[in-house]
Design a protein around this ligand. Structure first.
Ligand SMILES: Nc1ncnc2c1ncn2[C@@H]1O[C@H](COP(=O)(O)OP(=O)(O)OP(=O)(O)O)[C@@H](O)[C@H]1O
Length: 701
């Protein structure tokens, strides 16, 4: 086959240039072809004695054929005339030349003139046809635009009339924008006589009814570009009834460029900008609040400059699906290496929540002092948050209930949460708080009202405890019955006024996928902050501290309701008793994995795995974690991936604790044995690195 092709090519090369007879003619080649053709026929005809009238007959037929063909493709009259005339002139010349002799100067000269004339004529005809074609296209476009603007004009006229009739306000419509998704349109209005947008907004429900909008669709009225303008967003298709899953695009995000929390009725993503804002998510039981929280945690996990610390006293169920599969070793990266949990700290008990909040406050205070110079350098009073100095997002499920609780212990937590919200905005510390209801006690709180301008009300059709006018002041016409679907409700931010929205549905399997996909992306707490957060932070994944996580059945990790246990955490021991084999096996695996990955040494004194306790960790806590040792561990963590040595730590501790180098050597050795620290380098270069900063362990393959 290829040999044949090559031979063919060679033959072509030998026989000179190949002519493409199927190609169309331009003005020059067309004229050349016509005149040379006429000359050839005239010369041959004269030599062979051909009757000259044949040429005329052929020319006549050509003129007729081209005219018919031209009519078919709708050539202009002048094009048809030119083509027919060209044939007839050519044929006339040939007939004349055959009679008088084609090789005279008169014959050749006139033929050349005819050729030039034909070329020029063909060029002008081609240009004319091109211009005609373009004009036809433009006319078609104008026709479509006219039809579109006829639709817009009709919409504008309807709304001018509707607003005049229902609100008794005269408006001028400056623009009508049809949404690309086809789910509705927006009107840019200029109410006459100094009327403001909120006068129209009062009638939003009546306007929606008058426009006969389907259920779940609204005419939401908001402010325009200045005080004398208003925007009306009219939804005509109810996308909120559809369940949409979390988009499978897990590309990196940043707290600075917004985190998507769901979609609007026009299909657009709605973003939460949380660098300076706190958020409040209200949703009664069954409204899809837990699902929404997972959507939020998914976005935060995707961010490269955020560490998420979760408090969930309802057995940590909000954070567990982000932690448990990673800690239990159930998830592995493609190369077999372990996966980091999707949240950086999960407190499911009161004691752990206290530790977490104390650490968060300490981080903020320490950052204030330590980063003065950095902020001066960047000429800013906001800490420049980045992957190197991550923002700490505190997510507190049912946090609003903690804030208004009268329980003594809850008040302790509330005090710290308030302090964190009040003090740490500039230092990269913000909170997302959920609440079961938008009640007066939650929204009556000035601090929440002031700091949490990113607001969500998931209604799921629930009307009790849903004061939308308090949640979204200034937005009239929002009614709970407009969003009677789970996961649907209203969301408003300083950038995007309160309006209908829906959270994506996210299932445990997708949470696992995101945990794996984002594992390498999570930042590490900067050394300054790690130093402040101290040993409580460094030991957050210790076996004794995560023991409560093991007391959960494998299935109870999704959005299911979990029963609270004695310590405020889960206690499904009764459940466990019913199915001992599977759970014992799970517990054993969980423990083994934690010990393997996070190197919590198995203790000979530890009771059987079924009790879920690890006494080695307890013993260490009691016997070893003296304040000096905690400070040493914090220094190790703060040293980051560079690591540190016994002398440096001893020097740092000497003043306050009088700790000797020898003591620190002992601690470092213990930590290295149990996996808290990793020894790197040899001889004088030997140093210790906290396991959080240790180089990745070699893959299992
Ligand atoms: N965004 C959503 N899209 C579609 N369905 C949803 C969405 N959110 C929740 N649901 C449905 O609602 C159910 C309850 O959701 P979820 O557990 O999140 O509610 P909840 O408000 O946290 O309730 P509870 O407090 O009882 O756990 C889910 O199992 C799911 O079937």
């Amino acid at each position: 086959m290829s040999a044949t092709t090559a031979a063919h090519k060679r033959k072509q090369a030998d026989s000179g240039p190949v002519l493409d007879w199927s190609a169309g003619h331009g003005p020059v080649t067309g004229a050349l072809s016509a005149t040379t053709g006429a000359l050839a026929i005239a010369t041959t005809g004269a030599a062979t004695g051909m009757p000259p009238l044949w040429a005329l007959a052929v020319g006549g037929a050509g003129a007729l054929g081209h005219t018919v063909a031209g009519l078919k493709v709708r050539n202009a009259g002048r094009t048809l005339a030119f083509k027919a005339a060209s044939w007839l002139v050519g044929a006339g010349w040939t007939t004349w030349a055959m009679t008088t002799g084609p090789l005279s100067w008169a014959a050749l000269g006139s033929l050349a003139t005819i050729g030039v004339g034909m070329g020029a004529g063909a060029r002008s005809v081609a240009l004319y046809e091109e211009a005609r074609e373009e004009e036809a296209l433009a006319a078609e476009r104008r026709q479509i635009a006219q039809e579109m603007s006829a639709e817009r004009r009709q919409i504008a006229a309807e709304w001018v009339e509707r607003i005049r009739r229902i609100c008794n306000i005269t408006v001028r419509v400056l623009a009508v924008e049809m949404w690309e998704t086809g789910n509705g349109y927006s009107l840019d209005l200029e109410p006459q006589g100094g009327t403001t947008y909120d006068r129209i907004a009062q009638y939003a429900a009546a306007l929606s009814a008058d426009a006969k909008l389907p259920h779940g669709c609204t005419a939401a009225v908001g402010p325009g570009v200045h005080q004398g303008r208003a925007i009306v967003d009219v939804t005509t298709r109810n996308v909120l009834a559809e369940a949409r899953t979390y988009p499978e695009d897990y590309t990196p995000l940043s707290i600075l460029t917004g985190i998507p929390w769901g979609f609007r009725t026009n299909g657009d993503d709605v973003l939460a900008y949380l660098r300076e804002q706190c958020a409040l998510v209200v949703g009664p039981t069954g409204s899809g609040k837990t699902n929404m929280l997972h959507t939020i945690l998914a976005g935060l996990a995707r961010a490269e400059d955020v560490l998420t610390w979760v408090i969930d006293l309802n057995a940590g169920s909000a954070g567990l699906p982000w932690v448990r599969p990673a800690l239990s070793g159930e998830l592995k990266q493609a190369d077999g290496s372990p996966v980091r949990p999707g949240v950086d700290w999960l407190a499911g008990t009161y004691e752990e929540a206290l530790r977490l909040l104390d650490a968060a406050i300490a981080v903020g205070l320490h950052r204030k002092r330590a980063y003065q110079e950095l902020m001066a350098k960047y000429d800013t009073d906001l800490l420049p948050v980045s992957a190197k100095i991550p923002q700490i997002m505190l997510v507190i499920d049912e946090g609003a209930e903690i804030l208004v609780s009268t329980d003594r212990r809850m008040k302790e937590l509330a005090k710290r949460i308030y302090e964190f919200i009040r003090m740490h905005r500039s230092m990269g510390g913000r909170t997302i708080i959920t609440a079961l209801g938008a009640t007066g006690s939650v929204l009556g709180n000035l601090l929440i009202r002031r700091e949490a301008k990113v607001r969500v009300a998931l209604t799921g059709g629930e009307t009790e405890g849903m004061d939308l006018s308090k949640m979204f002041p200034g937005r009239r016409g929002l009614r709970v019955d407009q969003a009677p679907f789970k996961g649907a409700g209203f969301m408003g931010t300083p950038e995007s006024p309160g309006a209908l929205f829906k959270a994506w549905r996210i299932k445990p399997s997708q949470i696992r996928d995101i945990t794996v996909a984002t594992s390498d992306r999570h930042p590490r707490l900067d050394a300054v902050s790690a130093n402040a957060a101290g040993a409580d932070y460094a030991r957050r994944w210790d076996a004794d501290r995560t023991a409560w996580m093991r007391d959960v059945t494998p299935e109870a990790t999704g959005t299911e309701q979990l029963a609270p246990g004695a310590s405020g955490g889960l206690n499904l021991s009764a459940h466990r008793a019913g199915k001992p084999d599977g759970d014992d096996d799970l517990l054993r695996r969980f423990r083994e994995e934690i010990d393997a990955q996070f190197a919590t040494a198995p203790d000979p004194d530890a009771p059987s795995p079924a009790t879920g306790l690890n006494l080695s960790a307890l013993r260490r806590e009691q016997e070893q974690d003296s304040p000096a040792q905690r400070a040493a561990l914090a220094a190790l963590l703060a040293a980051g991936p560079e690591g540190t040595g016994a002398s440096a730590i001893a020097r740092a501790l000497a003043d306050q604790y009088g700790t000797t180098r020898q003591t620190v050597v002992g601690w470092l050795k213990t930590w290295a044995d149990e996996g808290t620290a990793v020894r790197v380098g040899e001889g004088t270069k030997a140093r210790y690195v906290h396991r959080d900063h240790a180089p990745e362990p070699p893959s299992g393959d």
